[in-house]
Every structure is written in structure tokens, then in C-alpha cells.
Design a protein around this ligand. Structure first.
Ligand code: C2E
Ligand code: CA
Ligand code: CA
Ligand code: CA
Length: 278
């Protein structure tokens, strides 16, 4: 197996099918995980600049495998998509996150996030029943549509068809639409003409070297200008340093997310943002 880790003594190795077998096992384990409560949802703060006030959270799935330890969603979400189990996993994340957001609102803690952002995969958007699933989860949990943000990637909506119809239907319901990893796809600007979008999530790759590479600052500046011109919100992703936050603020960014302000944590650990700006 190419994956090292605890408890893998029972895996076969030096086998051509090793990786496929490994992935097959992981998918079986994911089904079990869903049924036995191994999955959790972590929440990462989205804050205002420059004051760092908590306005929203992004829901991020977490899986602690009983033998292999934590497994990154970057590993198991693509597998879940390939096999279709993403429909069940995604519905579980949606229900959990909406119920949590409802609980925060009911808690009357004035620092509670006002919105929850949920990642939705290509395969979910391609499901003609997905918008109605969202509508029923909102009803079940008592969440208002505008308290939910659905994060979609450019690749998921590229090519039109059912995915775009789903996004349009969600938007009609009043759910906010965020374009995730904005700027990394093939048709970032083109999509803004065909898909109703409320929020641009400017990818971490445009933030990483913003203080040292003039070209990155130029691109980050162009992206915030596009968002302002179109009346969209923009969230800068992956902000890790106060220098980056200062520069983003200078360029016009008013919303940010990243380790500077808080890592993804359990619901009961979501506190006012700890990051501070100069
Ligand atoms: P994403 O939607 O772009 O989420 C942001 C990722 O960046 C998260 O990784 C988050 O923990 C990480 N991150 C946030 N701030 C920082 C920072 O300052 N520095 C660095 N280095 N990283 C930061 P995570 O939780 O491992 O998720 C990875 C990807 O897996 C997500 O990328 C998303 O594409 C997918 N994913 C996670 N949860 C779900 C889910 O419930 N459904 C679906 N369909 N996809 C999910
Ligand atoms: Ca996201
Ligand atoms: Ca992202
Ligand atoms: Ca990403």
C-alpha cells in the first residue's frame, strides 16, 4: 500500500491490485462509518476583516477510522463520489450542519455564526432530487434558506446540464451559492454569466504568496474587483498570517477564512475568532 499508517498489517502488499483493493476496502469502511457514527462535522470560522468577527462557518467532514486514524476528505470524498455513496454522506453532512446552525441560532449566543456553508459535490448536483432534499432539510431543521450556503466547485457546474439546473433551483429557494476554489478552474469568469453565484471563495493559491509576489497581489486585486463589480461577496481562503490578512484588507477583502482565525473544530469549540490584526 502506498498509504502508511497504523493497523495496516492485514493489507496485502506488492500486489498490482493493491491500490484498488485498498480503495475498495476504504469504501466499505465508509459505509460502516456512516452507520456507526465515525463521521463528524468540523466547523471553520469565516470572519470579517479587519476585526475578525465570526459571521459564518464552513462545515468540513471528518472521519476517524478505527484502525487507520484520521483520513482526509481529500482522500475519501473522491472515492465516495466515484461509488455514489456521496449521496448518503452528503445528505448526512447537510442535515448535521443545518441542525447545528439551527441550534446556534436558538442558543441566542450573540457570537454564534449566522450562516453555515456546506460543500456539495458534482455528483450531488447532478441528482435531479437534490434541490428538493435541501428544501426538506431546511424545513426539518427550521433553518431559513439564506442561512445556508452551498459551496460548489467550478468543475462541478462546468458543462451545464442538471448541475446548473440544481444550482438555479437552490438559488430560487433562497439558498446562497458560493463558487469554491475560485480562479483555479478553466472557466472561472465565464461561469459567472451562466450560474447564479452570491459568493466567490478566492482560492488559497492566490493568497499564499500575496505579500511577497507582486503578481499574486495583482490577481487577488483583480478578483476582488470582479466580485465588487458584480455585487458578490468574496471570501479569501487559506489565510495563515496577519501580513496576508493586512494585505487582503488593503486590496478590499472584507471576509476571510484560514488558520489565522481558526482551524476547523467541533461545534462546541466554535468561539469568537482568535486571530488578530495589527
Ligand atoms: P475546501 O472546500 O476547499 O475546504 C478548505 C480546506 O482547506 C479544508 O481542508 C480546510 O481544513 C483547509 N484549510 C482551511 N484554512 C486553511 C489554512 O489556513 N491553511 C491550510 N493549509 N488549509 C486550510 P479539509 O477539511 O481537509 O477538506 C479538504 C477538501 O475536502 C475540501 O476543500 C472539500 O473539497 C472536501 N470536503 C470536505 N468536507 C466535505 C464535505 O462535507 N462534502 C464534500 N463534497 N467535500 C468535502
Ligand atoms: Ca469549500
Ligand atoms: Ca476552497
Ligand atoms: Ca480546495
Amino acid at each position: 500500500s502506498k498509504r502508511a499508517g497504523a493497523g495496516r498489517h492485514h493489507w496485502y502488499s506488492a500486489d498490482l491490485d493493491d491500490q484498488a483493493g485498498d480503495e475498495g476496502r476504504l469504501i466499505d469502511d465508509l459505509r460502516t462509518a456512516l452507520d456507526t457514527g465515525q463521521l463528524r462535522v468540523a466547523y471553520q470560522p469565516i470572519v470579517t476583516l479587519p476585526d475578525g468577527a465570526l459571521v459564518a462557518v464552513e462545515a468540513l467532514i471528518r472521519w476517524h477510522h478505527p484502525e487507520r486514524g484520521p483520513i482526509s476528505p481529500a482522500v475519501f470524498i473522491p472515492l465516495a463520489e466515484q461509488t455514489g455513496i456521496i449521496h448518503e454522506v452528503g445528505a448526512w453532512v447537510l442535515r448535521t450542519a443545518c441542525a447545528q446552525a439551527g441550534a446556534w441560532r436558538a442558543s441566542s449566543v450573540d457570537v454564534a455564526p449566522r450562516r453555515v456553508s456546506v460543500n456539495v459535490s458534482a455528483r450531488q448536483l447532478a441528482d435531479p432530487g437534490f434541490a428538493e432534499l435541501v428544501a426538506s432539510v431546511l424545513t426539518e431543521t427550521g433553518l431559513f434558506p439564506y442561512e445556508l450556503v452551498v459551496e460548489v466547485t467550478e468543475t462541478a457546474v462546468f458543462g451545464g446540464g442538471q448541475a446548473v439546473r440544481t444550482v438555479k433551483r437552490l438559488h430560487e429557494l433562497g439558498v446562497r451559492i458560493a463558487l469554491d476554489d475560485f480562479g483555479t478552474g478553466h472557466s472561472s469568469l465565464g461561469l459567472l454569466q451562466t450560474v447564479p453565484v452570491d459568493i466567490l471563495k478566492v482560492d488559497k493559491s492566490f493568497v499564499d504568496h500575496i505579500t511577497t509576489e507582486g503578481r499574486q497581489a495583482v490577481i487577488a486585486s483583480a478578483l476582488i474587483q470582479v466580485s465588487q463589480g458584480l455585487g458578490l461577496e468574496a471570501v479569501a481562503e487559506g489565510v495563515e498570517t496577519a501580513d496576508q490578512a493586512d494585505e487582503l484588507y488593503r486590496l478590499g477583502y472584507r471576509l476571510a477564512q484560514g488558520y489565522l482565525f481558526g482551524r476547523p473544530v467541533e461545534a462546541d469549540e466554535v468561539l469568537p475568532a482568535r486571530g488578530s490584526l495589527r
